[in-house]
Design a protein around this ligand. Structure first.
Ligand SMILES: *[C@@H]1O[C@H](CO)[C@@H](O)[C@H](O)[C@H]1NC(C)=O
Ligand SMILES: *[C@@H]1O[C@H](CO)[C@@H](O)[C@H](O)[C@H]1NC(C)=O
Ligand SMILES: *[C@@H]1O[C@H](CO)[C@@H](O)[C@H](O)[C@H]1NC(C)=O
Ligand SMILES: *[C@@H]1O[C@H](CO)[C@@H](O)[C@H](O)[C@H]1NC(C)=O
Ligand SMILES: *[C@@H]1O[C@H](CO)[C@@H](O)[C@H](O)[C@H]1NC(C)=O
Ligand SMILES: *[C@@H]1O[C@H](CO)[C@@H](O)[C@H](O)[C@H]1NC(C)=O
Ligand SMILES: *[C@@H]1O[C@H](CO)[C@@H](O)[C@H](O)[C@H]1NC(C)=O
Length: 703
């Protein structure tokens, strides 16, 4: 075992370029090993993002808790003396296998507390985010116990409960600091530490800004735990997460947590009542950026409107003062209502526009694009042209016009029906749609100022438009996080199936955003993709797609690997008269010349480039089972250092694995007789008979 390990150590070492080897060979090696160990470990972690809750499948409900018709988790309504609790549907692991090390976690949620519109009742009592060993609400009472404990078990170390309370009542028995605070509760409602609710805005010296918890406003909360430190941060929804946490507390949870716990929310009312709602929730043990998947715009508001003037007593007195005044007022009144109605309608549409793809009229789009004039054409998709447009409010949009009867219809439905609901920082979002007559559809997207990535990376692109190294790495990371979101961050698994440079668009700030979902498919998590026709773009298609015509998340990983290589090498995946990109890079790696593959115009000696190229090769490996998952890819790209146990054992396991893959690679190329990654000619020869394919950078016909 050890001997083999040593040999391979030597072997991997020699893969490093000579220059780097002199500087810090051990370090490079170790870093590489470390990533690989972390990615090859079985990960017993959990992630989920709920933008709205699904009745009964997502959460367990206890007490009065319910999921209302708009998919909001309503812990309590205005019924008095009740408890409501919602927990994630199963127990989750909270400790590393066979050890007392508590897994790090990051969670974010959006809540709203709305007092009763009846001014006579006082509002109370609050929401607690909890980890608890058992489901149900036995041993809890309402009112000041927040549905967390009861009179006898409060403070008992056998509770094994950790909570973060958002409390709006000053309880002297629990030494509460005020009637609007956030506190850390360990087995007891007496908080170990607490702070008045609020936040420190990032820029400026305004100092602390208090937030009134039960104003009906929607607030977002972030709770993170790692290395025995827990951070709690909150801000009004839509605000960027403040840098300085509200609570930053040293807290060892290893005695509090059992190996597996339930996680969720609990809440209660007493004589004091208010509605407690959770609008969205994300949780992850490994990806601390998963919370970016929460949708923070277009949420319903529960703020209680002020009493309108016409309900005031003085108004009624006014009415009795004379018929003349009454008539005038009635006139004003109806005007007011008409205006209000109109405003309401407008507001509703803005809301829809933010939250849901919105149906637009043909006239609106026609006006925005100057009647689809040729000057405004900014691109060509598979089924039609893409025009630039400006809406009346000044919002810039891109409009894709699809005409084809059948295939166009399929593409249109794929994008609007479900994919239109995907929201992520690094996806091009669908803003609206329009259907005109039979067979003409329009899809409206955010306009991307800087066009597509393929125009800015290849060696023959315009020197002034070329992206520098840091931009390229950032864009790779953006795209990776978007694909991870598609694969794992949403209620259904989404395969993009057409990841390539021309489908990566660049916004105003040169952030990469993945677009064009015309070929995407959705699957329930855990469901295998069904056999479909071969779709995608030659050069980015994984070998198994040709062999068994089956797409999976692994085929997206393959295309992403190709994308990495082309972005770093500045070369198209397939070019007439040249070896295929992957083969070329692989050959260079075998000759210890990997860095020669890097686009010479980038002039970088960043160590990261070596790691990224290796990653690109691993992703585009012909055997799908040897490719990493998107989660592992994101981890490597982010360079997340996580504590891991049993290093030595895993390192050996990994090294053996690596040897195998190198051999496999060589075997693979031998047994297939031609290049691992087909060139244009190979494909032409072997596949032209049963597929209609077009070449690099254009979409396959006949979807
Ligand atoms: C809830 O989940 C079920 C089963 O997974 C699914 O069929 C249904 O469409 C989901 N409902 C909503 C509102 O998302
Ligand atoms: C909740 O989901 C179950 C199946 O998962 C379904 O039978 C029930 O009608 C749903 N209830 C509501 C209110 O949507
Ligand atoms: C609160 O919810 C319960 C059950 O969901 C319902 O029976 C009750 O009428 C509601 N009360 C109010 C005041 O809305
Ligand atoms: C795991 O736990 C078992 C029994 O609890 C113990 O015998 C074994 O040594 C532990 N393994 C590791 C790697 O800690
Ligand atoms: C509190 O809950 C425990 C069970 O956890 C129960 O034995 C006890 O009687 C309860 N106390 C009160 C005052 O309800
Ligand atoms: C908590 O916040 C501090 C200060 O912002 C930060 O340095 C630390 O990494 C955070 N810890 C966790 C677990 O997020
Ligand atoms: C957060 O807490 C840790 C440990 O308690 C401390 O080292 C660090 O300085 C704190 N950071 C901030 C920003 O308060």
């Amino acid at each position: 075992m050890n001997k083999v390990a040593l040999q391979v150590l030597f072997c991997v070492c020699s893969l490093q370029p000579a220059a780097m080897e002199k500087k810090h060979p051990k370090l490079v090696l170790f870093v590489l090993m470390f990533f690989i160990i972390t990615i090859s470990q079985p990960i017993s972690s959990l992630d989920f993002v709920f933008n709205g809750f699904n009745n009964s499948t997502d959460v367990l409900l206890y007490g009065i808790a319910d999921i209302d018709s708009s998919n909001i988790l309503t812990l309590t309504n205005e019924t008095d003396f009740v408890v409501g609790r919602g927990l994630y549907s199963s127990k989750i692991p909270t400790k590393s296998h066979n050890s007392s090390h508590v897994l790090p976690f990051s969670t974010s949620f959006i809540f709203s507390m709305t007092p009763s519109s009846n001014k006579e009742t006082l509002p109370g009592h609050g929401i607690v985010f909890i980890f608890t060993p058992s489901p149900g609400i036995d041993g809890t009472t309402s009112s000041q116990h927040l549905g967390l404990f009861n009179l006898t078990n409060d403070g008992d170390s056998d509770n094994h409960v950790f909570g973060v309370e958002f409390d709006v009542f000053l309880n002297q028995e629990f030494e509460d600091m005020d009637d609007n605070h956030v506190g850390i509760d360990v087995n007891s409602l007496k908080s170990t530490s607490s702070h008045t609710a609020g936040y420190w805005p990032d820029n400026g010296d305004q100092g602390f800004e208090e937030l009134k918890l039960n104003s009906g406003e929607n607030y977002q909360v972030w709770i993170e735990y790692a290395d025995s430190v827990v951070n709690v941060t909150m801000a009004p929804v839509g605000t960027k997460r403040p840098k300085r946490p509200l609570l930053n507390v040293s807290l060892d949870l290893s005695d509090v947590f059992e190996d597996e716990m339930y996680v969720g929310f609990t809440s209660s009312t007493g004589r004091l009542v208010q509605s407690h709602r959770i609008l969205a929730w994300s949780f992850s043990n490994s990806n601390f950026r998963l919370n970016e998947g929460l949708i923070t715009t277009g949420l319903p508001s529960f703020i209680i409107p002020k009493t309108p003037f016409y309900k005031h007593r003085s108004f009624i007195v006014g009415v009795t003062m004379g018929s003349f005044i009454v008539l005038v007022l009635i006139a004003l009144f109806s005007l007011f209502f008409v205006k209000k109605k109109a405003r309401e309608r407008a507001a509703m549409e803005d809301w829809e526009f933010e939250y849901w793809p919105h149906k637009m009229t043909y006239r609106e789009i026609d006006a925005a694009t100057d009647g689809f004039s040729d000057e405004n054409v900014i691109g060509f998709g598979g089924n039609g042209k893409v025009h630039k447009g400006v809406l009346q409010g000044g919002t810039e949009i891109a409009v894709k016009r699809i005409s084809h009867e059948n295939d166009g219809m399929r593409e249109f439905l794929a994008e609007v029906s479900s994919l239109g609901r995907l929201t992520h920082r690094s996806l091009v979002s669908l803003k609206g749609w329009c259907k005109k007559e039979k067979g003409t559809f329009m899809l409206v997207y955010d306009y991307m100022e800087n066009g597509s990535l393929d125009k800015r990376i290849y060696y023959d692109c315009d020197e002034t438009k070329m992206l520098n190294y840091n931009d390229r790495i950032r864009i790779i990371k953006d795209v990776a996080s978007a694909i991870l979101y598609l694969h794992e961050g949403w209620e259904a698994k989404v395969l993009h199936r057409d990841i390539k440079a021309s489908n990566v668009l660049l916004d105003k700030y040169m952030n990469g955003r993945l677009g064009d979902f015309g070929l995407a498919r959705m699957h329930g998590h855990g469901q295998a993709a069904s056999t479909t026709r071969v779709v995608g773009t030659v050069g980015y298609l994984a070998p198994e797609v040709f062999r068994c015509q089956r797409a999976s998340t692994r085929t997206d990983v393959f295309s992403f690997g190709i994308l990495i290589l082309e972005v770093i090498c500045g070369r198209r995946p397939i070019e007439e008269g040249k070896p295929g990109l992957v083969n070329w890079v692989w050959e260079l790696m075998m000759q210890n010349q990997l860095l020669a593959a890097v686009d010479p115009r980038l002039r970088t000696d960043d160590e990261e480039v070596d790691k990224v190229l290796h990653l690109g090769l691993l992703c585009s490996y012909p055997d799908p089972n040897s490719r990493p998952t998107m989660r592992q890819v994101v981890k490597v790209l982010e360079g997340k250092n996580e504590p891991c146990e049993a290093e030595t054992e895993d390192m050996e396991a990994y090294l053996l694995h690596k040897v195998k893959t190198r051999d496999m690679w060589i075997n693979y190329s031998r047994s297939f007789g031609y290049a691992l990654h087909p060139t244009i000619d190979n494909i032409r020869r072997s596949h032209s008979s049963f597929m209609s394919l077009s070449w690099t950078n254009s979409v396959v016909e006949g979807r």
